[in-house]
Write a protein that binds this ligand. Structure first.
Ligand code: HEM
Length: 109
């Protein structure tokens, strides 16, 4: 699935940025924003199918991920404060949210 593959790519690029390789920030942003956009689209589809709880959760996570991600700028490298931890938790959770959205959309009424 797209979110799984791009989420994994974002995870690897994010770890590379964090370890000081700022040249991977662009690739991290692209993969990260596509993940957020995909979750947003899945959430809207879920809402149109009256899957309200997963739909709202999806919109929330799709918005929070880039907002919290960009809050980490300017880059500090190797820092692991509250904002970095929040970003990792959100980033991992968003993949789970995508999986549950997918399941909710496919489930017959
Ligand atoms: C629009 C979405 C995203 C934005 C704007 C964003 C932004 C950032 C930034 C600026 C950093 C560097 C932090 C630092 O070096 O101090 C970072 C690191 C990282 N990102 Fe993202 N990110 C996004 C999505 C994702 C996604 C989807 C994943 C994984 C599924 C992810 C995983 C990570 C990891 C593991 C790190 C390294 C640890 C850390 O500093 O938190 N990010 N991200």
């Amino acid at each position: 699935m797209l979110v799984r593959a791009l989420g994994l790519a974002a995870l690897v690029f994010g770890a590379l940025v964090w370890t000081g390789r700022a040249q991977y920030l662009g690739a991290h942003f692209v993969s990260g924003f596509v993940v957020a956009a995909a979750v947003f689209v899945l959430a809207v589809i879920a809402l149109t199918k009256s899957r309200v709880i997963p739909g709202i959760l999806g919109v929330l996570f799709a918005v929070l991920l880039p907002v919290v991600g960009l809050k980490q700028l300017p880059l500090t490298f190797h820092a692991l404060g509250a904002i970095q931890l929040a970003h990792i938790v959100l980033a991992l959770a968003v993949i789970g949210v995508a999986e549950s959205l997918f399941a909710a959309i496919r489930r017959p009424r």
